[in-house]
Design a protein around this ligand. Structure first.
Ligand SMILES: [Zn+2]
Length: 199
């Protein structure tokens, strides 16, 4: 009787443990993504003649992107531009969102990536962002500010990280300010392509 009781207890305990493990597995995030809305908590970034600030445009896109990714089961951090937290949170990847100047006659996006599978990350972002927004990829205006982005020096160099200039505040304003949800979708698809390991 004692043996049977113990055995029954063991089965119940095992079943409970398995259930708890299963629930934890279900609740575990698919990955941790750190998003930096460019200039947030620091400075306005580029400013248009009518007062439109790059910082506000970046933040809006980042907030929509964060919500979308959370909805897909990812844990998301929104970090200020120079947050010391970037060095401690150990995410699956970093994405910094910036927009380019209000200059007339310039349109397009560009990006720089670092870390493990950096080319894959760049490729996924390039293809998906173009597909969703229709903006051309224009590497000709990539600056040393992007190549030597401060975050790349501050984080573990193995962690995939990218800085994206989502478009120009002048010519691409209709999209950046008018349709941040399309911008966010383009970035989201790029990240999911990378995280899902497709293509
Ligand atoms: Zn910027």
């Amino acid at each position: 009787m004692t043996v049977r009781k113990t055995f029954g207890g063991l089965i119940a305990f095992t079943a409970l443990t398995a259930t708890v493990a299963f629930v934890i597995l279900l609740k575990a995030p698919k990955g941790v993504i750190a998003i930096i809305p460019g200039h947030w908590g620091s400075d306005p970034g580029a400013v248009c003649p009518d007062g439109l600030e790059e910082r506000a445009v970046n933040l809006k896109v980042a907030e929509i992107l964060a919500e979308r990714l959370r909805g897909k089961g990812y844990q998301v951090y929104l970090l200020p531009e120079f947050s010391p937290k970037a060095q401690t949170i150990k995410p699956t990847l970093f994405l910094s969102i910036h927009a380019d100047s209000c200059i007339e006659g310039k349109s397009g996006f560009k990006l720089v990536s670092r870390g493990e599978r950096a080319e894959k990350l760049a490729d996924c972002l390039r293809k998906s962002y173009y597909k969703e927004t229709g903006l051309p990829f224009d590497p000709s205006t990539i600056t040393s500010d992007m190549e030597e982005y401060h975050l790349f020096r501050e984080i573990d160099s193995r962690v995939p990280a990218a800085i994206v200039e989502i478009g120009f505040l002048g010519e691409d304003r209709w999209l950046l300010e008018g349709h941040p949800e399309i911008v966010a979708k383009g970035l989201e698809e790029g990240l999911l392509c990378f995280l899902g390991g497709e293509k």
